[in-house]
Design a protein around this ligand. Structure first.
Ligand code: SF4
Length: 212
């Protein structure tokens, strides 16, 4: 467990080094100590064209639905809507807003920077599942890799560092503050169950029936 004060210190230091991005968000500190957050797609737009907020909790309303009005259950989905800016008072407000946009991302980053991040292998996550999700344990290694590519690399802004995919497939975050995923989420487990079920059914269909 990383203390909030430690996360805040780390974030303050990062802000002092200049602008950065995290996920789909650009974070720009100003010389007066205020910090602006906006969608990276709005990078070149004048601030007056964007809907402005000064309350970090406005992030909740922004992050809840995509541009088509669809609910975003997975906050790492790369479909954060654009057209807004948060004009925040300083690091503490930035911390609050980013924790809403990308829950626990700053704590994971701080733990990683301090060499204290615990990464949970997929096998352990699946082994813990109970009820109907126990079936997810039977997913094949190849099925898990394909699902990781589809669900995580394409459908999520976080990098699944728990996976067995080669590093070159996961890409790098460059100057961005990394959005790390140290343990497969419940959405992944739910999908893994469906893949495992499809694999089982495919095998059953392919198996030769009893000789007549
Ligand atoms: S398991 Fe995959 S989809 Fe879920 S949060 Fe991690 S990277 Fe995103």
């Amino acid at each position: 467990m990383i203390a909030t004060s430690h996360i805040l210190t780390q974030l303050t230091n990062r802000l002092q080094s200049g602008p950065f991005s995290i996920g789909q968000i650009s974070v720009t500190p100003a010389s007066d100590g205020r910090v602006e957050l906006r969608h990276q797609d709005d990078g070149g737009r004048p601030g007056g064209e964007l809907e402005s907020f000064t309350d970090p909790c406005a992030a909740r309303g922004i992050a809840q639905y995509d541009a088509e009005g669809e609910y975003r259950p997975l906050k790492g989905s790369p479909n954060l809507k654009a057209g807004w800016r948060l004009d925040l008072a300083g690091p503490e407000e930035v911390r609050i807003a980013l924790d809403i946009f990308y829950p626990a991302a700053l704590a994971v980053w701080a733990a990683d920077c301090g060499g204290r991040l615990r990464v949970v292998p997929l096998s352990q996550t699946l082994e813990r599942q109970t009820g109907m999700y126990r079936y997810a344990r039977t997913i094949s290694p190849e099925g898990a890799r394909e699902l990781t590519r589809r669900q995580c690399l394409t459908g999520c802004s976080r990098r699944p560092i728990w996976s067995e995919l080669p590093v070159h497939e996961m890409g790098t975050s460059g100057d961005a503050l990394p959005l790390l995923c140290p343990e497969a989420c419940s959405f992944f487990v739910a999908e893994a169950r469906l893949v495992a079920k499809a694999e089982f059914e495919a095998k059953a269909t392919a198996a030769p029936g009893p000789a007549a």
